[in-house]
Design a protein around this ligand. Structure first.
Ligand SMILES: [Fe+2]
Length: 121
């Protein structure tokens, strides 16, 4: 994977993190019922984690000369078990995509070049 494709893959991962944040924020407010209380608490933790993931992703994107995304994929409104099922599907996609991106980062053609200190002579 060349550097440009790597930045694009990181950018897609970043958009998915944004999507997860919006999913969780929405579902914390719309999923109600005593049976979901512990799940809501877990979603609150996940929001913080997804924000940290997004912050981690923007650094290499910028370092490699890319522009961190400011848009995200469509978030569909859902409530109850449908919302939680959507959250689970998105988390699975996010984990899979990020794992692929990290795997590609160790392939040929991903040497460091960019604006950061590693590109200095
Ligand atoms: Fe994440």
């Amino acid at each position: 994977m060349d550097e440009e494709n790597f930045v694009e893959a990181l950018t897609e991962d970043l958009r998915t993190e944004y999507q997860s944040i919006v999913h969780y924020i929405s579902h914390i407010a719309t999923v109600t019922g005593a049976e979901f209380l512990s799940t809501i608490d877990e979603l609150k933790v996940r929001v913080t984690q997804e924000l940290q993931h997004a912050q981690i992703l923007v650094e290499p994107i910028a370092f490699l000369g890319g522009t961190p995304a400011t848009t995200l994929p469509q978030v569909n409104a859902a409530t109850g078990r449908d919302a939680l099922a959507a959250d689970l599907r998105l988390e699975e996609v996010s984990l899979s995509d990020t794992g692929k991106t990290i795997g590609r980062s160790h392939g040929p053609g991903t040497g460091r070049r960019g604006r950061g200190p590693a590109s200095s002579p």
